[in-house]
Ligand binder design. Structure first.
Ligand SMILES: *Cc1c(COP(=O)(O)O)cnc(C)c1O
Length: 363
């Protein structure tokens, strides 16, 4: 279930935190597993969208979205510059190879460029000392539209005590000093945790989906609403005896005579196979826990001590309101981002709105 009202609420939270900076909604990875077009439509009040591939960007244009759309990794091959021009896609430029592609390109319409600086993450980005030269060369190219923008990405903004973010800010400031153009620095963690990164354009992703970029710990803000709830039903409840081993590998042994429920979800749906015994789930809104190994289509649940005994047909929530994906992710040794992205095609997506949810104007 995808709650459209929650997406819109989270965008409003991002906008308020941005303090006047423009908000580029990051909807790469099929909108973090929430559905690209569905989310773009829900978040059409954003000032721009960011994706990683032309395969994600072109359907947005074809669906009628007129927003700026940034390709966060820029062109992967020369032909994509022509697609960017044709579909009016902005491109990140993070390497000399991409600059040379632009140098050789003959385009009927120039493309908007976001020059990406490696301020210390050491993944994508031009080294600071090469930024000026690349900027100057690109500014003179017919393939590049006026008003080059300057961006960087933060490696450790989710760690509020780490010094890396301050160092990155300083490195970026030095690399772009005196260069004209709007700046873009903040991801969700920057936007929520590092006020100095709220400049120009902010690029929130995970927070729009209602998960904290800071993981399961107490968040420095509590106003996000989970947009995704992954739910299923109980399809059997058994009374097992003390000593009975549950599921593949007999990985969990009943310590006493106890009720065990089976829920119809597994790793073929994207529930993480490595989630260990003890991972929380909700049964009719009450906390229960996973026991034994996650199968392809099923999980077993310890349903002792529920106020209402578990029954066939009861609603089981794997994550969603009342059970943050961040908490489940921490048990499973991953992050909410991955849980969202790995929900599979087999899962039926439905949309939900608050009863008083305002539907906005059509495109
Ligand atoms: C994915 C991404 C974001 C969004 O990050 P979140 O942590 O999801 O907010 C922002 N900027 C860039 C360059 C990204 O790749």
């Amino acid at each position: 279930m995808i709650n459209v009202s929650a997406l819109q609420h989270n965008l409003a939270v991002a906008r308020a935190a941005a303090e006047g900076a423009r908000v580029m909604a990051v909807i790469k990875g099929n909108a973090y597993g929430h559905g690209l077009l569905r989310v773009a439509y829900a978040l059409r009040q954003a000032d721009a969208f960011a994706v990683t591939s032309v395969e994600e960007a072109i359907p947005l244009r074809e669906a009628g979205f007129a927003h700026p759309i940034l390709l966060l990794e820029g062109p992967y091959e020369p032909g994509e510059v022509h697609l960017a021009s044709r579909y009016r896609l902005d491109i990140a430029v993070h390497s000399e190879w991409q600059v040379s592609v632009l140098q050789g390109a003959r385009l009927s319409r120039p493309v908007n460029v976001w020059l990406k600086v490696d301020s210390g993450m050491h993944r994508l980005g031009l080294p600071p000392e090469q930024v000026r030269s690349a900027y100057t060369r690109m500014a003179s190219l017919s393939a590049v539209a006026p008003h080059i923008r300057l961006m960087t990405h933060l490696a450790r903004a989710d760690e509020l005590a780490a010094e890396t973010t301050c160092k990155q800010m300083a490195s970026f400031a030095e690399a772009v000093e005196g260069l004209r153009g709007e700046r873009s620095i903040a991801n969700s963690a920057g936007l929520l945790g590092w006020p100095e990164t709220r400049t120009g354009w902010v690029r929130p992703g995970i927070m729009l989906y209602g998960a904290s970029p800071f993981g399961a710990g107490p968040p420095p803000h509590a106003r996000l609403r989970p947009a995704m709830s992954l739910t299923t039903r109980i399809n059997a409840v058994y009374e097992h005896r003390a000593g009975d081993a549950i599921g593949y590998g007999g990985a969990w042994i009943c310590p006493e005579n106890m009720p065990v429920a089976v829920a119809a979800i597994g790793y073929a749906d994207g529930y993480p196979r490595h989630a260990p015994s003890g991972t929380p789930v909700l049964v009719n809104g009450q906390r229960a826990r996973l026991i034994g190994r996650v199968s392809m289509d099923m999980i077993c649940l310890d349903v002792r001590g529920l106020q209402e005994p578990a029954e066939v047909g009861d609603l089981v929530t794997l994550w969603g309101p009342g059970l943050p994906a961040e908490e489940v992710a921490e048990h499973a040794g991953t992050i909410a981002y991955e849980l969202f992205c790995t929900v599979t095609q087999r899962v039926r997506f439905q949309e939900q709105r608050d009863p008083d949810g305002q539907d906005q104007e059509p495109l």
